[in-house]
Design a protein. Structure first.
Ligand code: TPP
Ligand code: TPP
Ligand code: MG
Ligand code: MG
Lengths: 315, 322, 315, 322
């Protein structure tokens, strides 16, 4: 488990670093919201999931999508807008999805995934014959969104097997948690009678343990659970900041926030040789991914409206 | 032949689809008791797992339905008030509608949004009297407005079977319509196919929803003076442009009657497309609510904001004389 | 105070009973949501308010509008759709308002008033020079509305002098509170760090006392407060039930729910003679109101779009 | 004369109105830092009570603004993404917009809703690339789309001063536009008044927002071949019908270019009204996004969904030859 947690944390880190380069080179247009610094959460939570569980993700979604099992190669091709991408180039960073892996997609609207995950998890109950769960990832900014709070009420009322995972990185873009959250984040869960806990989101093993407990209780039919993971975003809110140079985090905080690095924490538990071989395999994979993504064909403009509808009615 | 009301036709459609397909379920407010008379009795028939009374969390339960649909279900949501669709506009237009394209065809969101009693219910005033079908048509969500019991049945069935989100408006002014129908022949009515309720040769009147009845009455009234063809699009989006063209190219004259706001509404869309693509021998006309209308409470004011037979007669006479 | 509380409770009761008759006679079209049974809440809360405070109300708004000081005569004319009505016949039951009395209107959308009240109360703070407060009334159904929860967060964050009053009558139309509220109603307030209490909503004196304390703390700058008032709706959700005869409340509950009657509770504290003279004055007033409402002119159809815009641009 | 950018013009309008009128304040997400470059520096100038960073509670703060407006303030809300307007559609269309009529004129809701960077920002994909102005025009909320720095200034100022809710879209494609303007002459531009950017005699091209630039380029390109008049409505609702009629009745030919979905969009409204009321000598045309479009991520697909100069040239040539 330690090796696989490390592997995922490291894969996400390096994937994101490659993405930032590809944004700079113009291969990824529109930019991304880098997940750097928060990798332990996606890695830890998704390690507690089965293949047939599902997740909903956010604008900062690469980590979740990778950790739930999407192919990094097709993922990168998606971010580069290629037909070989997960979404055939139609989604990009904020909508990357792989339904075959239970990845119901990143989402451009903050807080939107909670109700979708709840509905999916309720459907699993209804369909019977299993104990699948759903996980909804979101940030600290999302806990002020009405639709997410509504979803938590529905989940609790109907004992839906859904896990709400709040990644508290201290900021919603430039707004601090204390400026956006009256009361506490876990207080939102308590309001609906949903059990919650706050854990160190920098340590994938800790996250894994807490998520496993929550997921198991959901599988046993005990209803939803809520997990607040404390973390820090190492990079910009979005890569446009790399050019715009807006200032909203104190310099000391940026330093101290990076002191505990999920990659180092997970990596420190491995034998250096093992770690090195994992790292090498990741580099090889990402080299392949970059090559694939940058050389794959872009979609044909004449197909711009393909997939607009499930039933092929031309309006 | 049996006498079938529009309301009973809707109910029958829902029961038939729920019986046929386990994945269909219905959710909404007060639907177990069935305050809107469509879901009445369904709880007893299908149980609480398929007839889900929701808290007043429209946004939450609309995206809940999206999630359930993505997981293989076919939810039908009943909304008590047309303006509740405003409240969930993001969840429908920006989430449910966009999944298919944005995922490159991986995902399907077969949800039906259903408003029994859209438009003015008389005396329910400003926030309960809208007819916002044009909003959904504009963003590209499939939108249907049945005018007869058979179409209410057939379009509701199709909406539920459709692999995309579909909004179905059942105008308050249509709920009481009754027709003699052979129940055996009730069947799915495809989306995007209009119908001629009454053939005519001088003027094509396109009527939406309950104004099909208005148009039929006006056609009767003008009989002998002007031969009016009453054409009903049934789906506002997708729209049966070739069906409309067939009629308009024959009559050369077009009037639309539509109970929604004029500016950027479906009547304007119909006039625009006709002006671009069809053979018009006189300027077309539309009879609608005023632009930006908010329905006032007092009866006389409420009625003054809705299109009526008299306005339609005037418009038909105008285009006919040009 | 006892007499004035009784007077208001009784006025609302009789006003509503007259309305029900006028619905039957067809003078009020569209029906109403009768406030019968819940009068003590409007009366008690509004007695704690000043003329220059403001309220937002609900679909079941007659009680609030009257208790905050609207003229019953012009109110009834409004319900009958007359030009002499509070809203010149444009609003009706669900939108009755009197801005000159701080009544920001009944509202047809459940939960919509909370954020409006919060914004108004924040404006009072900004405008300075006073200690005005706002009150938002809503039902138990509204606590599942995202926008209301969002508003509570804003109010708490910005220490806005707004009082949230939840009238828990056990039902949102046909849905029971236990079927719609996971956790507790006051738990919603706690989630945002808003102090809350639950009181007997059948006793206007009790409500008045609790509301006074909450209002005074808001006036002192201590931010929002939340009051849950336990009550029972004696009549139908809406007058259409009088014809439709839907069944969703157990018969015994309907009996026991009516045992404690706000009119009797408040009236029992008065000298019978005083009570009788109040009652008589109310009947006289309502006779006058009915006569005025039924004989006033209806608006001219040619004015249907008057007041659509504040600046008279014809689109 | 100074070189003024569209973005700076918006900022100047906001600063001028906040300086002039104490009751004006601005709220929205990340506006203190000013991530959209319009509100940058306002915090230092006006303080935190007039530059309010909000949590991600769009519905809450939109109706909060309504309440503040009812209590005498003039809020300006900045929205980061056009589709956030979907999220608050109920709060704008069903609450803010309806107060005036429903209260019989007792209440005024002077709120400005402001989207800097509407439409496609290139690569922001399906949920960040909408141009939903037609939705607001349909429900009757005043809606403006400035195309030049001077109009950005003048319409923003008017929107803030207006006693009704106004939505102002600043297209991503316009933010970089710069013009030489005499700063002294910057002034309020009234709502509901269009403008001719370039006179012409053969075809009236109505262009919305950033497509004014497209239309001007096309007019240049066709110079000598077809004389194109470029007319900009500036307000989509209220609409300057008499201004448009003046142009169309002169040219007899009409093409509209508009970056929103075709079905029930503003382009359709313009064609419809022209067909009803103006003297057209050839069928009109519109160049728009496809009906129901969801913008795909990949650049080539994103661009394929937006109207462009080439399509406009084709349409102008078509109407000119009829
Ligand atoms: C409903 C909504 N409001 C605003 C935005 C614009 N926006 C995108 S990300 C973001 C901040 C989100 O903060 P948080 O939830 O803490 O996630 P983080 O970015 O920190 O991962 C904002 C304001 C949005 N996408 N959706
Ligand atoms: C947002 C919204 N959803 C649904 C409705 C339809 N509706 C009107 S009142 C009501 C029940 C409200 O219950 P509650 O808040 O408890 O107030 P009560 O009627 O008990 O006074 C419903 C569902 C509405 N008006 N607004
Ligand atoms: Mg955050
Ligand atoms: Mg209730």
């Amino acid at each position: 488990m330690e090796a696989s947690l490390y592997r995922m944390v490291r894969l996400i880190r390096r994937f994101e670093e490659r993405c930032v380069e590809l944004v700079r080179s113009g291969d990824i247009i529109g930019g991304i919201h880098p997940y750097i610094g928060q990798e332990a959460i996606a890695a830890g939570v998704c390690a507690a999931l089965r293949f047939d569980d599902i997740i909903t993700s956010t604008h900062r979604g690469h980590g979740h999508v990778l950790a739930k099992g999407a192919d990094p190669i097709r993922m990168l091709a998606e971010l580069c807008g290629k037909v070989t991408g997960l979404n055939r180039g139609r989604g990009g960073s904020m909508h990357a999805a792989d339904f075959s892996k239970g990845i119901f997609g990143a989402n451009g609207i903050v807080g939107a995934g909670g109700a979708i995950a709840t509905g999916a998890a309720w459907a699993f109950l209804r369909q019977g014959g299993g104990d699948k769960v759903a996980v909804s990832f979101f940030g600290d900014g999302a806990v002020s969104q009405g639709v997410l709070l509504e979803a938590m009420n529905l989940a609790a009322l109907w004992k839906v097997p859904v896990l709400f995972v709040c990644e508290n990185n201290g900021y919603a873009t430039t707004l601090t948690v204390s400026e956006s959250v009256a009361g506490t984040i876990c207080g939102r869960a308590s309001a609906f009678g949903i059990p919650s806990s706050t854990v160190d989101g920098m340590d994938a093993a800790v996250v894994f343990e807490a998520a496993s407990a929550a997921v198991e209780s959901a599988r046993r039919g005990e209803g939803p659970a809520f997990l607040e993971c404390l973390t820090y975003r190492f990079d910009a809110h979005h890569t446009w900041e790399h050019k715009a140079r807006v200032r909203y985090r104190p310099a000391e905080e940026e330093v101290s926030g990076r002191l505990r690095d999920p990659v180092e924490i997970a990596g420190g538990r491995l034998d250096p040789a093992e770690r090195e071989s994992i790292d090498e395999a990741i580099e090889a994979l990402l080299d392949e991914a970059v090559a694939f993504a940058t050389t794959s064909p872009a979609p044909d403009p004449s197909t711009a409206l393909d997939y607009l509808y499930g039933s092929a009615v031309l309006p | 032949m049996a006498r079938l009301s529009y309301l009973k036709a809707l109910q029958r459609a829902l029961i038939d689809e729920m019986s046929r397909d386990e994945s269909v379920f219905v959710l909404g407010e007060d639907i177990r008791v069935g305050v809107n008379n469509v879901t009445t009795g369904l709880l007893a028939k299908f149980g609480p797992q398929r007839v889900l009374d929701t808290p007043l969390s429209e946004q939450g339960f609309t995206s809940f339905a999206t999630g359930a649909a993505l997981a293989g279900m076919r939810p039908v949501i009943e909304f008590q008030i047309p303006s509740l669709l405003f409240l969930v506009f993001e969840q429908i237009a920006n989430q449910a509608h966009k999944f298919s394209l944005m995922t490159g065809g991986q995902a399907r969101v077969p949800v039906t949004y259903f408003v029994p009693g859209s438009g003015s219910k008389t005396g329910w005033a400003g926030q309960h009297s809208d007819h916002p079908y044009g909003l959904f048509a504009h963003v590209g969500v499939k939108t249907v407005v049945p005018a007869t019991p058979a179409d209410a049945y057939g379009l509701f069935v199709s909406a539920i079977r459709e692999d995309d989100p579909v909004v179905i408006f059942a105008p308050a002014g249509s709920l009481g319509v009754r027709d003699d129908v052979d129940l055996e022949t009730l069947s799915a009515v495809p989306l995007g196919v209009g119908t001629i309720h009454r053939p005519g040769s001088d003027v094509t009147v396109v009527a939406v929803g309950h104004h099909v009845q208005t148009a039929l009455a006006v056609a009767d009234q003008l009989e002998g003076e002007i031969s009016v063809e009453v054409w009903d699009p049934r789906s506002l989006y997708p729209f049966d442009w070739s069906g409309l063209a067939e009629s308009v190219n024959r009559t050369g004259r077009l009037v639309v009657i539509d109970d929604s706001n004029r500016h950027c509404g479906i009547a304007g869309e119909i006039l625009a497309t006709a002006a671009e693509q069809m053979r018009l021998t006189a300027p077309p006309r539309r009879v609608t609510r005023p632009s930006g209308a908010v329905l006032p409470f007092a009866l006389a004011l409420d009625l003054a904001c809705q299109p009526d037979a008299e306005q339609l007669v005037t418009a038909v006479r105008e285009v006919a004389k040009d």
